[in-house]
Design a protein around this ligand. Structure first.
Ligand SMILES: [Zn+2]
Length: 321
């Protein structure tokens, strides 16, 4: 709803041309015929690291109401966020790292019930509404993927859901949060993430561990730089995927493993890494023992997945989204 440039995160939602210009300004990239740092054969379009791994899905559930104008009971109103429906008590995670700046009842004008506002710096905020339980205090520093609240049905609602907003400029200046997340590689409600070259973070680390388990020589440092990108691209080609060095919805399901108690190796380290992103606090030792089993079951429980202690496709998707 506004067009303020945020210096910390130049990825914008107005369209590729504007984004390309902004990225060029930010990074000194030539606008045409750009040569990518990771060598020939990889598309320059992904050079801008829009899908940077910094944002993640705030809650798992069904998208029940869209951002924009909507008519309820004959009355047309502006809906400032997306609704993610699931049962009361479903985990709500910080969509990006930041600081809790508001916590309480009706904390933003026009929004009802228990709400949280997280400031991500540069005038970017996320809002979490209709919460049942707070799991962080006002002023707390939070990491992306940290559990900050439980889904609920407080305020003016018809059932339990998370009302999620992204606000840019000032608190209350909503933008389409689905577009905002999509442009940064995250899928609102849950889905495989997309990490571009230059992405950083725990999911990159997990991807690198998985590549190592697949027999590739790679440093696990959480940075999807030129070497990491080239290693992923080579593996993608070897298994018949497009070798673009981008970890997206076609790559993750082939890259991950179905894991359960008794397994050991770098694939388990990958799993422990993404569990830790959501606060499991595991030692990343590659051993799928009782502690990791318990962490998987807890995660499955709070995300309303089948609780079987097995990390299969659905659990991996939820953990990495
Ligand atoms: Zn809503």
């Amino acid at each position: 709803m506004n067009h303020i440039t945020t210096p910390q995160d130049p990825a914008r939602d107005e369209g590729l041309s504007r984004r390309t210009v902004l990225m060029a300004l930010a990074g000194g990239v030539a606008l045409t015929g750009a040569t990518t740092a990771w060598g020939p054969g990889l598309p320059a379009a992904s050079a801008a690291t829009l899908r940077n791994g910094r944002w993640c899905n705030p809650a798992r559930g069904r998208l029940s109401s869209a951002y924009g104008w909507r008519t309820l009971n004959g009355k047309t109103t502006w809906h400032a966020g997306w609704d993610i429906a699931n049962s009361t008590g479903t985990a709500v995670y910080a969509a990006a790292a930041g600081t809790v700046v508001r916590r309480g009842w009706n904390v933003v004008t026009g929004r009802t019930g228990n709400g949280l506002v997280v400031s991500h710096g540069g005038g970017v905020y996320s809002y979490y509404g209709h919460l049942n339980t707070f799991r962080v205090s006002n002023g707390a520093s939070v990491s992306a993927g940290q559990r900050i609240a439980d889904m609920g049905a407080t305020g003016n609602v018809t059932g339990p859901h998370l009302h999620f907003e992204v606000q840019i400029g000032s608190i209350g200046d909503d933008v389409n949060p689905r577009t905002h997340l999509t442009n940064r590689g995250a899928v609102i409600g849950g889905g495989w993430p997309t990490l571009d070259p230059e992405a950083r973070g725990q999911r990159v680390k997990a991807m690198q561990y998985l590549l190592r388990q697949r027999g590739r020589s790679i440093t696990v440092d959480g940075y999807h730089g030129p070497k990491s990108t080239a290693t992923l691209a080579a593996w993608q080609k070897a298994v018949g995927l497009v070798g673009d060095g981008q970890a997206g919805p076609k790559t993750w399901p082939v890259l991950d493993y179905v894991l359960r108690k008794g397994h050991g190796g770098d694939h388990v380290r990958a799993l422990q890494t993404v569990l830790n992103k959501h606060g499991a606090g595991l030692s990343v030792d590659g051993a799928f023992g009782s502690v990791t089993d318990s962490a998987v079951r807890t995660y499955q429980s709070v995300n309303r997945l089948v609780i079987d202690g097995e990390a299969g496709g659905v659990t991996w998707q939820a953990l990495t989204s």
